[in-house]
Design a protein around this ligand. Structure first.
Ligand code: ADP
Ligand code: MG
Length: 246
């Protein structure tokens, strides 16, 4: 059980990752609860994206253990020991992704971007199209289904990205600076949609952000510095940061 008595969905222990002499992650222990909205904060270069990518099976840590616990929608998996094919399947079928940019294909329509993600997870084209339209409509884009991503505003494109991530009903959604390119009013709206479409249906959101207003709306905030967790709002007291002379 996690702090708030939620069942755990992901456990990470002593995760390390280095690039040459730089420790991007220097031993991270983290248990993420089902239905939690977890904000990961910290200065630029502190390891936020690396941690997100390790948790999501995008990159493999050098050391440590990351597990997905079983749910009614997914089997247990030791993410750190899966081969590339297993990690790809996990990313397509169990996880969802919303990044600042780069996941949407600019030449495809909003509908086709979302339907493509659904088909990659195993849906037939008609089912994928139906689900894509339903999600885009729910996110206020019913009048923009056939527009190419390049024809949409930043906020609209991020709503397409949310639809693309949620069309497979992922157990965990990973977002890296999802509102980083948006003005504050649009950012607040997009974050509301992201929370509603993830924790609103009992699934988990892990969001890397620089924005304290985004973090303040999450149920838990973990702060990184130099590849370590230096505070976790789930704990009574902030984790003491012990500088070691690596
Ligand atoms: P954040 O997302 O908090 O800004 P990152 O996780 O992107 O931080 O990076 C953490 C550290 O690891 C930084 O020092 C960064 O330069 C380094 N790093 C990350 N990815 C790579 C990479 N592919 N090659 C070399 N160094 C990297
Ligand atoms: Mg980053």
């Amino acid at each position: 059980m996690t702090h708030s008595q939620l069942p755990a969905i992901i456990t990470a222990s002593t995760v390390t990752k280095h690039y040459n002499q730089t420790y991007a992650l220097a031993g991270v222990d983290l248990t993420i609860g089902l239905g939690e909205s977890l904000a990961i904060m910290g200065p630029s270069g502190s390891g936020k994206t690396t941690l997100l990518h390790c948790l999501a099976g995008i990159i493999r840590p050098d050391d440590g253990d990351i597990r997905l616990l079983p749910t009614d929608r997914s089997a247990a998996a030791q993410i750190t020991s899966l081969k590339e094919a297993g990690r790809t399947a996990l990313r397509r079928e169990v996880f969802g992704f919303v990044f600042q940019q780069g996941l949407l294909l600019p030449e495809l329509s909003a509908e086709d971007n979302v339907a493509l993600a659904a088909m990659l997870s195993g849906m037939t084209r008609p089912a994928a199209t139906d689900h894509a339209r339903a999600w885009l409509t729910r996110l206020g884009l019913a009048d923009h289904l056939r527009k190419r991503i390049g024809q949409l505003s930043g906020g609209q494109a991020q709503r397409v990205a949310i639809a693309r991530a949620q069309v497979t009903q992922p157990v965990v959604t990973f977002a890296d600076e999802p509102t980083g390119a948006l003005d504050s009013a649009t950012s607040a709206e997009v974050l509301s949609e992201l929370l509603a479409s993830t924790t609103g249906r009992g699934s988990t959101l892990v969001v890397v952000t620089h924005d304290e207003t985004v973090a303040a709306r999450c149920s838990r905030v973990v702060r990184l510095a130099d590849g370590r967790i230096v505070s976790d709002s789930a704990h009574q007291q902030a984790t003491q940061y012990v500088q070691n002379g690596r």
